[in-house]
Ligand binder design. Structure first.
Ligand SMILES: [Fe+2]
Ligand SMILES: [Fe+2]
Length: 133
């Protein structure tokens, strides 16, 4: 069973943002699978690099939407993105150090972070981007 399931709860109603979130969930699942399958560190590190790159790409997309729409909470939302990017870079460094591993606690942190961020900040952003009716 997938570690995180991208179900209706996580949809914010913006097609591009929803598509990218679904990809992020896939990447988190691949990382989780590599970790629990006991794959070598090199394989786990490879999946983590993909997750980091995709996360950066996704955050850049949202931040572009925010700038283009003069989103009032840009600074707050971007600061939260920057924090997570830093955290993922730390994980990469830890994994690269001698004896470094990924833990289930780390996987739960990523899962909870995504759920919390999508349910909060990303929902607010999608509401702002939705054309007025
Ligand atoms: Fe976001
Ligand atoms: Fe997002």
């Amino acid at each position: 069973m997938a570690f995180v399931v991208f179900d209706e709860r996580f949809k914010v109603g913006h097609p591009e943002i929803d598509r990218q979130h679904s990809e992020l969930f896939d990447a988190v699942n691949r990382l989780h699978d590599a970790m629990i399958a006991g794959h070598g560190r090199a394989e786990v590190a490879r999946v983590l690099v993909f997750l980091r790159n995709y996360t950066v790409h996704h955050f850049q997309t949202e931040e572009r939407f925010m700038r283009e729409s003069a989103y009032p909470a840009y600074a707050r939302h971007k600061a939260i993105h920057d924090d997570l990017t830093k955290k993922v870079l730390e994980l990469e460094r830890e994994l690269g150090s001698a004896g470094g591993t990924l833990s289930i606690a780390t996987m739960n942190f990523l899962k909870d972070w995504l759920a919390h961020h999508i349910g909060g900040e990303d929902h607010l952003l999608a509401d702002h981007l939705r054309p007025a009716r």
